[in-house]
Design a protein around this ligand. Structure first.
Ligand code: IMP
Ligand code: MG
Length: 177
């Protein structure tokens, strides 16, 4: 639907329903075991806030955040990564889900996965609200995917363009970018 501020690709209601499905799935997969969510800042903060509340209350859930910036181009996997903000908790021996806003080139995720797996997590899975098809350098499965979207630049629900539009409650494609 076209609005004064771009075209709505995924509505608030669709997002709400999908996150509630993912929460149910995670609750099933981690029943009794507990799970640690690691949100990748900043884009994932709204998705994570909803996802964590969609996990049933009887499951012990821990949460922490990390912030990374990657240098390197989209065509190689050799770019380096800088940890801007690291986790405050140990993930050794824990069942961890990395929570991302979107997997595009997959480079961010690839780096984060390697860092966290070197820290001895017992298991490491991925939840991403959005996935752009076809261009990911991350070749492992994405266990929890909200929506696959076309190869367009989207904003809203935590995702930004030049730090703006994170506050939109839906996912939109801006007209002029
Ligand atoms: P990557 O290319 O998979 O490493 O994605 C890196 C980061 O780029 C994501 O975590 C997002 O913050 C950002 N990004 C990629 N595609 C989009 C988009 O369509 N809208 C807003 N941010 C995006
Ligand atoms: Mg971003």
């Amino acid at each position: 639907m076209k609005t004064a501020l771009g075209t709505i690709l995924i509505t608030e209601e669709e997002i709400r329903r999908r996150i509630s499905d993912l929460g149910r799935q995670i609750s099933r997969d981690f029943a009794l075991r507990g799970v640690t969510l690691v949100g990748i800042l900043k884009g994932s903060f709204i998705f994570l806030a909803d996802l964590i509340r969609a996990i049933t209350p009887d499951i012990p859930v821990e949460v922490d955040f990390m912030s990374v910036s990657s240098y390197g181009d989209a065509t190689t996997t050799s770019g380096t990564i800088h940890i801007e903000k690291d986790l405050g908790i140990s993930i050794e021996g824990k069942d961890v889900i990395i929570v991302e806003d979107i997997v595009d080139t997959g480079l961010t995720l690839l780096h984060v996965y390697n860092i966290l797996s070197a820290r001895g997590a017992r298991s490491l899975r991925v939840a991403t609200l959005l996935e752009k098809p076809g261009n990911s350098k991350y070749d492992r499965p994405l266990e929890y995917v909200g929506f696959q979207i076309p190869n367009k630049f989207v904003v809203g629900f935590g995702l930004d363009f030049a730090q703006r539009y994170r506050n939109l409650s839906d996912i939109r494609v801006l007209d002029e970018i």
